[in-house]
Design a protein around this ligand. Structure first.
Ligand code: SF4
Length: 368
């Protein structure tokens, strides 16, 4: 498989606030989704859909992951996510089965949860270690405003699907509650979502908000004080998802270690890539630890080729996940200033745009 074909399917590892260093697997084309969430980092969904298809042959997806792992990479999770809704892949169950057979890392599925009312989707996810669905509304009105769903989806159906999944699934469910200030943070909405969460009975409730640039400019995050209040309303199983702070320690059962229990973290300058094991991370095509090409002992053409390969790698990551220079530095083992220079070069070429949010610069592919 060519590196280009592999990069269409596998990306990262990217720093995930919930999953540590997460090797992403993208099973569907860009913005193939049943929702068009106002907070989506990838912009609007042109045609929300519920049609499940075999967008990538499972064997190809598994081979792409195997190739990415062949250099000794040890992600915290292999995560089905990316630029759309992974459960729209009609053979996601076969992909999960193949990834579990690799035995490299626990398998997580980041999903909107919109298709869990389909028995075949629930069956397909049975072998995953962790499933992370999203709840962002307490009733039909806010559900429609928040997700602009495909025809055929309604709030009740989606919540009942999550409840049915809980009854049938033996793995971990980490329910993301996505909060948008003033829209679903009212007392009424929080109360309704608390009741939904009780019915869904996840192992964790994780409060998330629009940290990265969303599809709609007016979408804003609640304050930390509001988040604390909301966390208290959801009870002891709830946590506020902190900004990425390093890798999760992987235990044999695939559970996360307590972040305060000595987990390895990216060094402040990002040069250990957050991996802590110094392992090469994806084969010879991914020049980790690259430094400013000063050409001392390195022919200029070789340095230029290294930058070009890094730029390709960065584009593959940023197209699924808006990143700061610090994020990119942590993933690729660069100094943040070097990552910033490459990102800025890609911006000047018109391949990326920069969006400032919360005092930080996020780079992402151009939104149409
Ligand atoms: S946030 Fe997720 S579920 Fe919502 S539109 Fe984007 S990809 Fe789809």
């Amino acid at each position: 498989m060519s590196n280009e074909a592999r990069r269409k399917i596998v990306f990262g590892p990217v720093p995930s606030r919930r999953l540590g260093m997460s090797l992403g697997v993208d099973l569907v084309p860009f913005k193939t989704c049943g929702y068009s969430c106002i907070y989506c980092q990838l912009g609007i969904t042109p045609s929300p859909t519920l049609e499940r298809r075999e967008y990538v042959p499972p064997r190809e997806a598994i081979e792409a992951v195997r190739a990415a792992l062949s250099g000794g990479l040890k992600p915290d999770y292999i995560t089905l996510s990316g630029s759309g809704e992974p459960t729209l892949h009609s053979r996601i169950g076969d992909v999960i089965h193949g990834l579990k057979d690799l035995g490299a890392a626990p398998v997580a599925v980041l999903t909107s949860g919109a298709l869990l009312w389909m028995p075949e989707v629930r069956r397909d996810l049975a072998e995953a270690d962790v499933v992370l669905p999203t709840l962002a509304a307490g009733d039909e009105t806010v559900f429609r405003r928040m997700h602009c769903p495909a025809q055929g989806l309604d709030f009740r159906r989606v919540v009942e699907g999550m409840e049915a999944f809980r009854r049938e699934y033996c793995g971990q469910i980490w329910l993301e509650v996505f909060l948008v200030a003033g829209l679903n943070t009212t007392e009424d909405q929080i109360e309704k979502m608390c009741r939904m969460a009780e019915r869904i009975a996840p192992d964790k409730v994780q409060l998330n908000t629009a940290v990265r640039p969303p599809a709609e400019k007016g979408v804003t995050a609640p304050t930390m004080a509001e988040l604390e209040q909301i966390r208290a309303a959801f009870g002891p199983a709830a946590e506020i998802i902190a900004e990425f702070g390093g890798r999760k320690t992987q235990t044999p059962g695939g559970k996360e270690a307590d972040p305060g229990s000595g987990e390895e973290a990216a060094s402040p300058d990002g040069r250990n890539g957050g991996r802590g094991n110094g392992a090469p991370a994806g084969g010879e095509d991914m020049p980790r630890g690259w430094k400013e090409p000063d050409t001392a002992g390195r022919p200029p053409r070789e340095a230029g080729a290294a930058v070009a390969r890094l730029a390709d790698e960065i584009l593959a990551i940023v197209s699924r996940h808006p990143c700061t220079p610090e994020d990119v530095a942590a993933v690729l083992g660069l100094a943040p200033a070097d990552a910033g220079r490459i990102l800025d070069g890609l911006r000047r070429e018109g391949l990326l745009e920069e969006d400032r949010r919360g005092g930080r610069s996020y780079f992402r592919t151009l939104q149409s």
